[in-house]
Design a protein around this ligand. Structure first.
Ligand code: PLP
Length: 469
């Protein structure tokens, strides 16, 4: 399988090459030349596979330059009960009102990003080792992404992680999660500034091309193709758990920010998984909801992004959205260049004439949830089902309830656990005990490793040199 860029100006690549890439050199995103199509026989054969074996079958259709036994070994080591808490890996349960919840957040950092990051960590180590290369990941995090990357890459050969976070701005739990890692290859750097300052430092270092090349600086952000492909797997797994046979259809409701999660759902549908609708749930940052309702895509700047109680969805420029629009535009890379030139000027674009196709052919619809909706939903689920769902998952459940049609099976993706967001949970239901996986007992008491630095890119570069020279 060959990979192409949505902007059409990048030479074809193989899976192991796109794995280590961020943006394509032409500014686009990498995608397979075409999606593999699943026959009815394949779908029937896959119904009773374990998560590992299903992951192997699906990923091997995309990772055609990785020898089968190596890929088998990697998924075998990745999707274990030990790491993800249950033998099913992503079990599906049903709430009293009939909405189904697929648990994607039982990995090490209690958020769905582990599903893909754990795979990527093992894949990185494999590819780097094979090519005798080194990679130094430099990232900025306000919480979730950074910890998922660190837990995926800790102790891996050939990789170091330098993770910037705003000093004193993360929760005690998030700090403990990241800073308690004692692995030599994980370097936590707390910057005296805000999250945006951390991101500016990453950009400044990336723009120092000589430094970037000398120290093999890379990233793992949400546009990474390896993450998307690993996410395709759980749409299949969820479908099989929620249905009795392959003549049934399901809809997925996905709490969304960068459109990475639901993009994997779109690909699963294009491959032939019987998905009825893909329901995009946003919080107050509703750029995507606006698009799916009106056809107008108008990304906003950081200053116009609200800080909400579902913080991992506080995004106003969905970095993976271009992948879907590329498919919608019949993969016309000229059209993508034109549309994203409009995005670049801050104007955005309007595709209202395509809304019927977006809904009927691609199955996309959307809804929005606010702080009050989130609290109400958390409270309602607690009262009816006696369980606590996290604020992001609550956004999904709120939208799913609102849009559900008669007899529609809706699977809401659980993107984090309540234990990560105790303040909002307490605001919703009062001072209840929030269950926390036993493996995290005493987390906040562990010794922490972090270096605090002024808001200055040169000082961060010095730290990197010191570690690597
Ligand atoms: C990252 C994240 C999301 C948003 O996922 P996207 O792939 O960016 O759309 C939703 N919920 C949680 C808890 C997350 O960490």
């Amino acid at each position: 399988m060959k990979y192409i860029s949505t902007r059409g100006q990048t030479e074809h690549k193989l899976f192991s090459e796109v794995l280590l890439m961020g943006l394509a050199p032409d500014g686009g995103l990498m995608l397979p030349e075409k999606y593999p199509v699943i026959s009815e026989t394949m779908l029937a054969n896959w119904r009773n596979l374990s998560y590992k074996n299903l992951a192997f079958e699906i990923i091997s259709l995309f990772a055609t330059d990785i020898p089968a036994e190596d890929l088998h070994d990697i998924v075998e080591r990745t999707y274990t009960e030990e790491v993800f808490g249950t033998p099913e890996i992503t079990p599906v349960r049903t709430l009293k009102d009939g909405i189904k919840i697929q648990a994607l957040s039982n990995g090490p950092t209690l958020a769905f990003k582990d599903m893909a990051m754990q795979f990527l960590g093992n894949m990185f180590e494999y590819v780097l080792n094979k090519e005798n290369k080194q990679l130094n990941i430099l990232g900025a995090t306000s919480g979730d992404t950074g910890s998922a990357a660190e837990y995926a890459l800790r102790g891996k050969k050939g990789v170091n992680v330098f993770m910037l976070s705003p000093e004193g701005k993360m929760s005690a739990f998030q700090r403990a999660q990241m800073f308690s890692l004692q692995d030599e290859n994980i370097v936590n750097i707390a910057v005296e500034g805000m999250f945006d300052d951390c991101q500016d430092i990453v950009k400044a270092v990336q723009n120092d091309h000589a430094f970037k090349e000398k120290y093999h600086i890379g990233t793992v952000n949400s546009i990474n193709w390896g993450r998307i492909v690993a996410q395709v797997v759980y749409y299949f797994a969820g479908y099989f758990r929620a249905t009795e046979n392959n003549s049934q259809q399901v809809s997925f409701c996905v709490p969304s920010g960068n459109f990475g999660n639901v993009c994997a759902g779109h690909i699963a549908k294009q491959m032939g998984l019987p998905i009825n609708r893909l329901i995009v749930a946003t919080n107050e940052n509703d750029v995507l909801d606006q698009f799916f309702k009106t056809g107008e895509y108008r990304p906003r700047s950081t200053e116009h992004t609200y800080v909400t109680s579902s913080p991992s969805m506080d995004i106003s420029k969905a970095s993976n959205f271009e992948r879907f629009i590329f498919d919608l535009m019949q993969r016309d890379d000229n059209e993508i260049q034109v549309l994203w030139a409009e995005v670049g000027t801050g104007k955005g674009f309007n595709l209202h004439f395509m809304l019927p196709e977006i809904r009927e052919k691609y199955g996309f619809v959307s809804g929005k949830s606010t702080h009050v909706d989130r609290l109400t939903t958390i409270r309602q689920v607690y009262e009816s089902d006696g369980e606590l769902i996290d604020p992001h998952t609550a956004d999904g459940v709120k939208v799913a309830r609102e849009l559900r049609e008669d007899d529609e099976i809706i699977i809401c993706l659980e993107t984090a656990l309540a234990a990560k967001f105790d303040a909002t949970i307490h605001e919703a239901v009062g001072e209840v005990v929030i269950p926390r996986p036993t493996k995290l007992d005493g987390l906040e008491d562990l010794p922490q490793r972090v270096q605090v630095v002024p808001n200055n890119a040169e000082i961060v570069k010095d730290l990197i040199r010191e570690k690597l020279d």
